[in-house]
Design a binder for this molecule. Structure first.
Ligand SMILES: [Zn+2]
Ligand SMILES: [Zn+2]
Length: 364
């Protein structure tokens, strides 16, 4: 079938064009896309040679409605509304351990954006386009999604606000509740207050952390962080970060999503004995840290990476939805919607920091 999709070519604006979409294979579903969030990974994949073959149809935070099922799909029905999360095989040891973000095929499904046989469901003028980004490629009117990635969504929920449960909000909230697992007397630092960091702050508040320290270089982001639960803020454009964290009495937990070595080192150095830091930010290629190894050993600290908040979307997204329904995940404070045709304005506004989470609406 012919569909409309935003085609990404390296360092050029997205262009909305007509492309050809195959029908679903046995383990796939055809989804009419209602809305899709833009995440930094989409723009990195387009403009920073991140491994995704271009031209491509990107987009990995889609919400939509199932219009056709592959013949092997069970547990989903035509007409159901779904969130499309990241791709995983469902069979490898990580998937079996309910840690699909560490699927041994994760890079193929998500960044390299292909089915395991290397094929793509999207083509244009007889030429294949990369079209299975995070098992969906949802910057389009329709998507062929892997059935494994889909999480049912209630009819009453606002689609645009639910999109970032697929990636950004799941990453930040999951890093807190699945990885750092705070106790009420913890003092947690959140470094970087975009969608991922603000979701971490909301989750830290839900977990009842005594102190939540938000760090960013934009004053307005720090105001939003306070509104969402931060008890203290550090403007890293103004302050000496290490000294500021020391003045605040240090941290027991830290979550970085800046990917910047100097920020991670300051966060690590602010940890109390047995403190733990989780890293979820994309760093420059080849970036490395300088840590005092004796201090690492003798203080019992730990440092670990995490992706997609260690979440299994099929159980974690329903938890996030429950929090939203209870008013504990006020996503309306971070989302700005745009018509699909304004994808380039939405991306520019995100990069310039004018909006936190831009979401494209494919339907009125
Ligand atoms: Zn797997
Ligand atoms: Zn993402």
């Amino acid at each position: 079938m012919k569909i409309r999709a935003a085609v990404a070519r390296a360092r050029e604006p997205f262009r909305i064009e007509e492309v050809e979409l195959e029908g679903p294979r046995a383990d796939e579903v055809l989804v009419e896309v209602e809305a899709c969030g833009i995440c930094h990974t989409d723009l990195t994949a387009k403009d920073h040679d991140y491994g995704t073959p271009l031209p491509a149809v990107l987009g990995h935070e889609g919400v939509g409605r199932i219009v056709a099922l592959g013949e092997g799909v069970t547990g989903l029905v035509v007409g159901a509304r779904v969130v499309m999360s990241f791709g995983a095989c469902g069979r490898c040891p990580s998937c079996a351990a309910e840690l699909p973000a560490y699927c041994r095929h994760a890079r193929d499904y998500n960044l390299f954006a292909r089915r395991l046989d290397g094929s793509s469901p999207i083509s244009q003028a007889g030429r294949a386009l990369t079209g299975h980004f995070f098992g969906q490629s949802a910057f389009a009117s329709h998507a062929i999604a892997s059935a494994h990635n889909l999480v049912p969504l209630g009819e009453d929920l606002p689609g645009p606000l639910m999109t970032s449960l697929a990636c950004g909000v799941q990453t930040g909230a999951g890093a807190v509740v699945n990885v750092l697992r705070p106790e009420p007397d913890d003092a947690i630092g959140v470094f970087g207050c975009g969608t991922v960091g603000l979701a971490a702050i909301m989750a830290a508040k839900i977990a009842g952390c005594a102190r939540i320290v938000a760090v960013d270089v934009r004053a307005e982001r720090l105001e939003t962080a306070r509104a969402l639960g931060a008890t203290e803020v550090v403007d890293n454009a103004q302050a000496d970060l290490g000294a500021a964290l020391k003045r605040l009495g240090g941290l027991t937990l830290a979550f970085d999503n800046t990917g910047r070595p100097e920020v991670i080192e300051a966060a690590y150095n602010a940890l109390h004995p047995r403190g733990r830091i989780a890293l979820a930010g994309l760093s420059a290629r080849g970036a490395s840290l300088t840590l005092d190894l004796n201090r690492l050993m003798a203080s019992g600290r730990s440092l670990r990476g995490t992706i997609e908040g260690d979440a299994d979307p099929r159980t974690f997204i329903p938890r996030l939805v429950d929090w939203y329904r209870r008013g504990e995940l006020p996503l309306e404070q971070i989302v700005t919607t745009y018509p699909f045709e304004q994808i380039n304005e939405a991306a520019a506004d995100m990069l310039a920091g004018r909006v936190i989470k831009p979401v494209l609406r494919m339907m009125p």
